[in-house]
Write a protein that binds this ligand. Structure first.
Ligand code: ATP
Ligand code: MG
Ligand code: MG
Length: 378
């Protein structure tokens, strides 16, 4: 049988492997961490650095197609592999997503509006910032995730202090926008240019980390949803992207839609697709990299996803304690997904819970019950 390779061994890689297995593929995971969630379920785990040329050569030798689940995999690793095997997404596309300044330039090139912003790479650019961008959020151009690597600033003095605090690395200053809602759209594009999308997802973040995703986005006007889908497709097409791509949007209080950022892989806000859609975002990644048909995925049940962070294990005050899964699983439509991480830590993504039902209202009601059992706000 054919073998698929994945760079990165986190939970996204784990769910990718599980989807690949159900379509009959073998999987090889390359991750330097011996105890990675994906390595544990893969047919083979190559324990090597992403830049280790021997590890990459071995991955290319053993696999028919290769993908990534890790946004910050060195793009050069993907480019190296692309000389030997089919790779999707490409190193070039991943590189665009890895740098906020380049990413925003791409959004503008694709004709999709993003937040007013300026790039800061040195003190001259810092001093020249247009005060109209304040209050704003200073974000490191590279490596930030889950709200890490960003600081809210109100004044030029705070901006200077924040830039120093972030280590004077290249940053993007974005105007702080008045948000009405946060949305995301996952698109899947094949090597032949075929493109499909999942329905618009509505997301709630807590402390910079995704907490809840709801689909369908019932509170959001249908025309705006269509605009988000069209923009997401435009962004993917403008870079000739192949594979699963998630684009995050802000819906502003004045009704405008602006793009925030994108991730070149399956996304946390798409985890509901495992139970709410007829084809999951992980299966779509498998299909895109193997040339299997990309059918438009259908939402078969209204869904709410609750992220399960390590904090849940410390509710009792003392050491880690497993939450009451039995009580949660007594709810009809509850689907638990745990990532097999040995140690729970606050802020660590340990799993997620999908709640599905025939109507959005019913999905929300069962999510509220699950949240109450777990002690989560909802
Ligand atoms: P992710 O884990 O999604 O990759 P990240 O660390 O890359 O997150 P962003 O998506 O840029 O960070 O921002 C995190 C959250 O901060 C957003 O989802 C939004 O809630 C808020 N935020 C970011 N930029 C702005 C902005 N310009 N105006 C208002 N809120 C913002
Ligand atoms: Mg991000
Ligand atoms: Mg984000």
């Amino acid at each position: 049988s054919a073998t698929l390779g994945v760079l990165g061994g986190g939970q996204l890689g784990r769910m990718f492997v599980q989807a690949a297995h159900s379509l009959g593929y073998r999987c090889v995971v390359l991750d330097p961490d011996k105890a990675s969630p994906a390595g544990a379920v893969a047919d083979q785990h190559l324990c090597a650095d992403y830049l280790d040329s021997f590890g990459l050569a071995q991955l290319a030798r053993d696999c028919d197609a290769i993908t990534t689940e890790f946004e910050n995999v060195p793009a050069i690793a993907l480019e190296t592999l692309a000389g030997m095997r089919f790779v999707a997404p490409s190193g070039e596309c991943v590189a665009v997503c890895q740098d906020r300044a380049v990413e925003k330039a791409h959004f503008e090139k694709a004709g999709v509006a993003c937040a007013p912003h300026a790039v800061i790479t040195n003190e001259i650019e810092l001093a020249a910032i247009d005060p109209a961008l304040l209050p704003g959020i200073l974000k490191t151009s590279r490596m930030g995730y889950d709200g890490k690597g960003q600081v809210r600033v109100r004044t030029p003095g705070e901006l200077t202090a924040a830039w120093q605090r972030l280590g004077q690395v290249p940053c993007v200053l974005e105007q702080l926008l008045p948000l009405a809602a946060e949305l995301s759209v996952i698109v899947v594009r094949g090597a032949d240019g075929a493109i499909v999308n999942f329905p618009v997802q509505q997301n709630l973040h807590r402390d910079g980390i995704l907490a809840v995703t709801e689909v369908p986005a019932i509170g959001v006007d249908a025309a705006l949803q269509q605009q988000a889908v069209a923009s997401a497709r435009q962004v993917a097409e403008a870079m000739g992207y192949v594979g699963v791509l998630c684009i995050e949007f802000f819906l502003l209080q004045d009704g405008r839609l602006v793009v925030n950022e994108m991730a070149p892989r399956p996304h946390n806000s798409g985890h509901y697709t495992l139970d709410g859609c007829d084809v999951s975002q992980f299966e779509m990644q498998v299909r895109a990299m193997t040339g299997l048909p990309l059918v438009p995925p259908r939402l078969v049940q209204a869904s709410v996803m609750l992220n399960l962070l390590g904090d849940l294990w410390f509710r009792g005050g003392e050491g880690p304690q497993t939450p009451d899964w039995a009580a949660v699983l007594a709810l009809p439509g509850a689907h638990l997904h745990l990532y097999g991480k040995a140690e729970a830590r606050p802020g660590r993504k340990m799993g997620h819970l999908n709640l599905t039902a025939d109507t959005p209202e019913a999905a929300r009601a069962v999510a509220a019950q699950a949240a109450a059992i777990l002690g989560l706000p909802f």
